[in-house]
Design a protein around this ligand. Structure first.
Ligand code: DSN
Length: 428
């Protein structure tokens, strides 16, 4: 039995806050967390984030700092950089971006001027805000042109990226930057196809692999190398590190990237985060991580199959990665109503637009689910029919307003999850 960390200092100084941390630990332990961008970091990653490295300022880069006393910090950052380069097979890595949005903004700063055109996937089609969507700074300060996915009766292409549209828009608009990747893309990203289009029109291709970085590191999704000029990723999703980001590139873009991150956009790097990124990358280089990455995909495919068997409509008809996007229109339940009901049943998802959604983003037609967290806890494909059955019962209960059915699922979920201790969480 591992005892919970006592956090004596936090408890003495701020018992209210300490109690909230404890409550969050219990919530993360008892529930089935299906948000595809979330995970459980290891105890080692957690420990690295809570170190005295956070006391240090270190504007600049290893060997070229504006503050003294960098004997250890330089080595920490160099470790993280070298590990990122080795794992992703890139010539250059910057480990300082605070998170995914600043990382992407640094790419704009490096390769475009305000008012110039960028091409990215539309948010409601599965793209990210920072790929030029209107309400984002990237769509306000730059001219964002957006591509989407196909909607046809052909199950082979329905819900998949429309490369004819991408090519036509690229030829017409001549963007400075093309973004590929997104937040609700359940299918393999064809980096080669994007690379060909970017080369044809002279655009810089930025592959935003935030969602799938862990799958790439573990060999469960093709790599954007050598097709992308720049690779942007957060470190806390499938990669299972702290909340942070990486910007990687070929050597020719190293200077532009580094200058954009610092001094272009940010001040001092968060050294405790850099240390935890280094730890996560060490973990990602271990053979067990490959098993994890492949298990994430196997679980998502099994879950998709089980949901299809229960009559759920899945965007693109299934998944190739860690993510499943469910269109609940045929179930006659709005995504938000379903997500909130599932939360009461101990199943944590997020409501999400589906491509061509007739509803608004704050009240859309779908829910987005994924398997990184449950895989990190050791659940295998044999458990996915049960997970699908709970989702089915939860959605039906949402439609019928049946709170007792939700409470019953909540109890079953807690009972099952008690048998799968989560990395980084205390077990009793
Ligand atoms: N918030 C992230 C996600 O959930 O996909 C994207 O930034």
């Amino acid at each position: 039995m591992t005892l919970p960390p006592s956090r004596p200092h936090l408890s003495a100084t701020d018992p209210e806050l300490a109690a909230l941390v404890g409550a969050e630990e219990r919530l993360q332990a008892d529930t089935l967390r299906l948000i595809p961008s979330e995970n459980y970091v290891s105890a080692a990653v957690l420990e690295a984030t809570g170190t005295v490295l956070q006391n240090k300022y270190s504007e600049g880069y290893p060997g070229r700092r504006y503050y003294e006393g960098q004997q250890n910090i330089d080595r920490v950052e160099t470790l993280a950089v070298e590990r990122a380069k080795a794992i992703f097979g890139v010539e250059h890595a910057n480990v300082q971006p605070y998170s995914g949005s600043p990382a992407n903004l640094a790419a704009y700063l490096a390769f475009a001027r305000p008012g110039e055109t960028v091409l990215g996937m539309a948010l409601p089609m599965g793209g990210h805000l920072t790929h030029g969507w209107g309400v984002s700074a990237t769509g306000t300060w730059f001219h964002g042109v957006q591509y989407g996915v196909r909607s046809t009766a052909d199950p082979e292409t329905d819900g998949r990226i429309d490369f004819d549209e991408v090519r036509d828009l690229a030829r017409k608009e001549r963007p400075k930057i093309i973004f590929c990747g997104g937040t609700a893309v359940p299918r393999t990203i064809d980096f080669a196809a994007f690379g060909e289009i970017a080369r044809e029109v002279g655009a810089v291709l930025v592959a935003d692999v935030a969602h799938i970085a862990g799958l790439i590191a573990g060999g469960a999704h093709p790599s954007p190398v050598p097709h992308a000029d720049v690779i942007s990723t957060t470190t806390h999703k499938t990669l299972r590190g702290p909340r942070g980001a990486l910007l990687m590139s070929r050597a020719e873009h190293a200077k532009a990237i580094d200058k954009a991150v610092f001094p272009g956009l940010q001040g001092g790097p968060h050294n405790h985060t850099t240390a935890a990124i280094a730890v996560a990358l060490r973990e990602a280089g271990a053979p067990a991580f490959r098993d994890y990455a492949h298990a994430v995909v196997a679980n998502a495919k099994a879950l998709a199959e089980a949901l299809l068997a229960r009559g759920f409509d899945l965007v693109s008809g299934g998944t190739d990665n860690h993510l499943v996007l469910i269109d609940l229109t045929s179930k006659d339940v709005p995504g938000k109503v379903a997500a909130k009901a599932l939360d009461r049943a101990g199943i944590v998802v997020n409501y999400n637009t589906v491509p061509f959604d007739p509803r608004k983003p704050f009240d859309p037609s779908g829910i987005r689910i994924g398997t990184p967290s449950l895989t990190s806890r050791g659940l295998g494909t044999d458990r996915m029919p049960q997970v699908a059955a709970w989702i089915d019962r939860g959605v039906a209960a949402a439609r019928n307003g049946d709170e007792s059915a939700l409470a019953a699922v909540r109890g079953e979920v807690a009972e099952l999850m008690a048998g799968y201790p989560a990395p980084g969480l205390p077990t009793e």
